[in-house]
Design a binder for this molecule. Structure first.
Ligand SMILES: Nc1ncnc2c1ncn2[C@@H]1O[C@H](COP(=O)(O)OP(=O)(O)OP(=O)(O)O)[C@@H](O)[C@H]1O
Length: 216
């Protein structure tokens, strides 16, 4: 686990008239859950993507702990992202979905199995490990996506609109469950959302963004 520091971090998309994020200064403490709250286009995803290394930082710096990761490749940042659509592999079981990232980096099968079981226990997926994604509810799919992120033991977790794909019932249940799950995972987390109630329910602290700027 580690803190996250944005030090004047700017993202100016090529060809755009103005930067999407003019210069972000933000410290997220080790183990803290911070919500980035703002309307569509306020820069939430851009901030997460700069942190994860999926978007170039035009000026300024991004640090994970004491490490300046501004120009470090995404796969070497130890920042995991759960995307809005969960992006599960439809032909792989829950266990294989969760373990896939470990297989890619050559973690041996025994260790892979024990880490998948540990993540599954943490997220209430133990009884679902043999299922395919199509046989899961929206909320369960979301937990698989979370499992896939935490199994790598990242320093930082980014959740981009984690509840927007769920129907109202599943969303209400996830709003109840997710804070406890995040507490158990215990990792520094940034959550992007447009919904103030969601931000307040999930995060220790809410940071409001407008036009890429933190609101006072
Ligand atoms: N690849 C891109 N190229 C050019 N402009 C972009 C690109 N991605 C985002 N933008 C612009 O940057 C600004 C911030 O977008 P961003 O997606 O970060 O906002 P957001 O708050 O995450 O929105 P949403 O809630 O709709 O996901 C917007 O004006 C958007 O149009």
């Amino acid at each position: 686990m580690a803190s996250v520091t944005f030090d004047g971090a700017q993202r100016w998309y090529p060809g755009a008239e103005a930067p999407a994020v003019p210069g972000l200064d933000l410290l997220v403490e080790d183990g803290e859950v911070v919500a980035l709250l703002g309307p569509a286009g306020s820069g939430k995803s851009t901030v997460l993507r700069m942190l994860a290394g999926l978007e170039e930082v035009s000026r300024g710096a991004v640090l994970v702990g004491d490490r300046d990761v501004t120009t470090v490749a995404a796969r070497e940042r130890e920042v995991a992202v759960v995307f809005q659509n969960y992006a599960l592999h439809p032909h792989l079981s829950v266990a294989d979905n969760v373990g896939y990232a470990l297989e890619l980096v050559g973690v041996p099968e025994d260790e892979r199995r024990s880490r998948v079981e540990e993540a599954a226990g943490l997220l209430g997926l133990t009884d679902l490990l043999d299922r395919l994604p199509e046989a899961l509810s929206g909320g369960q799919r979301q937990r698989v996506a979370l499992g896939r992120a935490v199994v790598r033991r990242p320093q930082v977790l980014c959740l981009d609109e984690p509840l927007s794909n769920l129907d109202p019932g599943a969303r209400a249940r996830a709003l109840d469950d997710l804070p406890g799950l995040l507490a158990r995972v215990g990792v520094t987390t940034l959550v992007a959302t447009r919904d103030p109630a969601e931000a307040a329910a999930l995060a220790h602290r809410v940071v409001e963004l407008r036009d890429g700027r933190v609101q006072p």
